[in-house]
Design a binder for this molecule. Structure first.
Ligand code: ADP
Ligand code: LRH
Length: 498
């Protein structure tokens, strides 16, 4: 008998993949069918996503899937990074190349918006952390700089929903990613129309919000034909990559979570799972976010700039003629001097610098620390600083929930960085369980399997993952030195930046 196969299209900021997942006997196996690079494309001084190239790559991956698994394939679903969107105009015309969230058009726009509607009012209605690139602020930037394009828009689709539209023709937005926009009111589960109107953002462009796991339809005829897949179902997983990843945390623990998580990739999304959004004054002060998960859960979490700093340093080294892979960079960092210089990964200087090592050096000299000079010093500085930021954020999460974290689950591509996992255990004084690397794809696949009736509740999904993957365990080590470094770090972050 054949095993049902679910296809996950998982688009990260750095790479995209089409992965086949098979679910059988309470276990899941993944097979990567196609991987392709992704990233910002510089277009006349702006940063865009090449959605047409991504669409081609998705279809290439689906063609490989059809050749390999043919009739076993039940459905396909797409997840991507949050916040970014596509606008469609008259006759579903694509209104321009979608902007990358790191594009400079939102520089300073948050101040403009907050002078119009105070921070606490926006937080009350959305429960989201204030990041300049949230969809809300991207739309405010458009209202100011490109009002005629916004006025011509008839439909806004978030990235995964855009690809679901290309796949199936359906124009809806799935719930988990809708919660990243800062345009959704978690109290009502609908678009925050009053808030949108205050910013003159047209409310009619926002489509229906559908629950995670919704069957959106079947593949469009031409896509079914071109890929050879036939009219399989298109199912919305948790379309927000972080939502899918946290659904696949490999825990067997039930009841109130005693664990925190870090979804580690381009970003480090660190948080805890809570049964309802926490929108207290303190949550606003700490600028934490409440993103929607599956089965009514929320992710109380903080965006930490993550391995972006290493990705971009690696790119700069390559431009200087030194091509180093992530393994080599990790080894160089391991051999570098500990705690030589530290930084706040979330300083705005690191959001989209032209040259990451130069930005890191400028930050260090500007805070009276030695500039990292070698590749090893640069990467070590980034990794130690990330781990120390994890500790700070863990303290905030525990303060907000009153729950002590006993273990930290790290999932995503960043689990391949053993040095960072060990640093996280050391800095946070907590055991770390690392894996799976492909948590997002696992979450995507298992949510589709759930729609198909093959898996049950969220805790069943997590048990399936826990039974199916190998995990690495890290115990805290050298904690006195890390405590000392944390005191230094704490003082450093209190220094106002220029
Ligand atoms: P995203 O989904 O945001 O594109 P991933 O979850 O794929 O990101 O993680 C990508 C990150 O994983 C890279 O930036 C890199 O730092 C890290 N990584 C990938 N492969 C390795 C490796 N072999 N060793 C160490 N780190 C790695
Ligand atoms: C991670 C992520 C994160 C968002 C960012 C824009 O890939 O989805 O949760 O904040 O992208």
């Amino acid at each position: 008998m054949s095993t049902p196969c679910y296809l996950a299209v998982d688009l990260g900021a750095a790479s995209g993949r089409v992965i086949a997942g098979h679910v059988e006997n309470g276990q899941v196996t993944l097979e990567e069918l196609h991987r392709f690079p992704n990233g910002a494309v510089n277009v006349a001084g702006t940063l865009r996503w090449d959605v047409l190239a991504l669409w081609n790559e998705i279809q290439n991956g689906l063609t490989i899937a059809a050749e390999k698994f043919g009739k076993d394939i039940v459905s396909v679903g797409v997840d991507t990074w949050g916040v970014d969107y596509v606008l469609l105009g008259q006759g579903d015309e694509l209104l321009g190349l979608p902007y990358h969230y790191r594009d400079a058009r939102t520089d300073n726009i948050m101040d403009v918006a907050l002078s119009h509607v105070p921070r606490h009012k926006i937080f009350e209605q959305t429960g989201l952390q204030f990041l300049p690139f949230n969809t809300l602020f991207q739309l405010v930037a458009m209202r100011h700089a490109q009002p005629r394009i916004l006025d011509a828009a008839e439909r806004l689709l978030l990235m995964p929903d855009f690809f679901h539209w290309l796949l199936s023709g359906s124009q809806v937005i799935e719930f988990t990613n809708a919660t990243t926009t800062q345009c959704l009111d978690p109290n009502t589960g609908t678009w925050a129309d009053d808030l949108l109107r205050k910013f003159e953002i047209p409310t009619n462009i926002f489509p229906e919000i559908v629950p995670t796991g919704t069957k959106l339809g079947t593949l469009r005829g031409e896509v079914a034909h071109k890929t050879g897949l036939g009219r399989i179902n298109v199912v919305a997983p948790a379309t927000h990559d972080t939502g899918a990843a946290i659904a696949a945390i490999p825990t067997q623990h039930t009841g109130q979570p005693n664990w925190a998580y870090i979804s580690s990739g381009t970003w480090s999304l660190m948080g805890v799972e809570v049964p309802e959004a926490i929108v207290s004054h303190r949550a606003l002060e700490l600028n934490v976010t409440n993103e929607g998960g599956i089965d009514g859960t929320y992710r109380l979490l903080k965006n930490i700039a993550g391995l972006w700093l290493v990705q971009e340093s690696r790119r700069a080294f390559a431009q200087q003629g030194k091509s180093l892979d992530y393994e080599q960079l990790q080894n160089l960092a391991r051999d570098a001097q500990p705690f030589r210089s530290l930084l706040d990964p979330d300083d705005s200087a690191f959001l989209a610098p032209d040259d990451m090592p130069t930005a890191i050096a400028a930050y260090c000299s500007g805070t009276g620390q030695p500039e990292p000079e070698t590749e090893g010093q640069i990467v070590r500085c980034a990794l130690e600083s990330l781990a120390l930021k994890y500790r700070m954020v863990l303290g905030w999460l525990e303060e907000l929930t009153g729950v002590t974290t006993e273990v930290i689950h790290i999932v995503g591509g960043g689990t391949q960085n053993a040095l960072l996992c060990q640093f996280a255990a050391n800095a946070c004084r907590r055991p770390v369980v690392a894996g799976p690397v492909e948590a997002t794809a696992l979450g995507n696949v298992l949510i589709q399997a759930r729609t198909d009736g093959a898996v049950g509740s969220l805790s069943d999904i997590r048990k399936v993952v826990a039974r199916s993957v190998e995990l690495k365990h890290y115990q805290p080590d050298n904690v006195d030195a890390w405590d000392e470094a944390y005191r230094r770090y704490h003082d450093l972050l209190a220094i106002p930046r220029r």
